[in-house]
Design a protein around this ligand. Sequence first.
Ligand code: AQP
Length: 333
Amino acid sequence: MQRVFSGIQPSGVPTLGNYLGAIRNWVPMQDDHDCIFCVVDLHAITVWQDPKQLTQQTREMAAALLACGLDPRKCILFVQSHVRAHAQLAWIFNCVARLGWLNRMTQFKDKAGKDRENASAGLYVYPNLMAADILAYHATRVPVGEDQKQHLELANDIAQKFNHDYGVTFFPAIEPLIRGVAARVMSLRDGTKKMSKSDPSDQSRINLTDDPDTIALKIRRAKTDPLPLPEHVSGLEGRPEARNLVGILAAITDTLPENVLREHGGKGFAQFKEVLAEALVAHLSPIAAEIRRLLADPHAIDAALHAGAERARAIADPIVARTQEIVGFLPER
Ligand code: AQP
């Protein structure tokens, strides 16, 4: 079985974007892949995180992943900082990756914004840690969205350079794993920006923990344009907010945007938003209820994560020990 690795940052409550773009697609992979899923807290602190909130968000993220269907009997689920191998291998990769490679990463440019001098060094070397996350397990398949493809190419460059420089065939090639239509969900306030858990406006996103009234209100207030819905997908051209809402209904009801428009084309947004809110509430309410149930027992969540970390260490520690040996570090014992 191919080994899959994927991670998600505990940088806020998981959103509908995280769910439709990533988490929902991870669930079926557990049946035909050797899956390792990680709450990547080391990545989260590349931008400021309030310590108390980070602890809470890490548990919430784990609860959300379990509530969405990740099953510790079928996959390994753990927190990144609990497995030292990630940071150990990332340091070695900091010494393999070239500055020129990192300078080309568009996500750094986006996240650092204009005040680049003030961005953390961690944000800059984020892709090296991501390479370490994957290669510490010799994982060969990584489910990624379009935005992460560049980081995956960099991980492959690091693996190849390491193998070449040390004259070994140790790290495998990594391939993106694309399953079904990975939905890209945009902000409810601006159809040209992606929905993000760290967006300052809570109105810009649907959180997996939102109650039905909040979901309905956020959808009702979602930005739209004055025209009715078009009859065909071509009519969504230049209408990012309309495209986003149609895309969300299509993804949540497992259909294509053209089918949504066949049924709802010509309607006004007030009517369409009611249908969309109802579909979202029906789909997300059981998940929110399960998150609440799991969070009522934080010790059980921590215990599941500790057990996951132990299984992760059993795979990663020997790979990192061998990497250190290849590099020429004096053996620890
Ligand atoms: N809006 C989105 N639509 C589709 N997929 C999305 N993902 C994130 N936002 C959307 C996918 O979720 C996975 C985990 O993401 P992450 O937590 O590692 O970081 P991110 O992509 O930066 O997600 P956020 O929510 O925007 O977090 P912050 O606000 O901390 O930056 C990834 O597979 C991602 O593609």
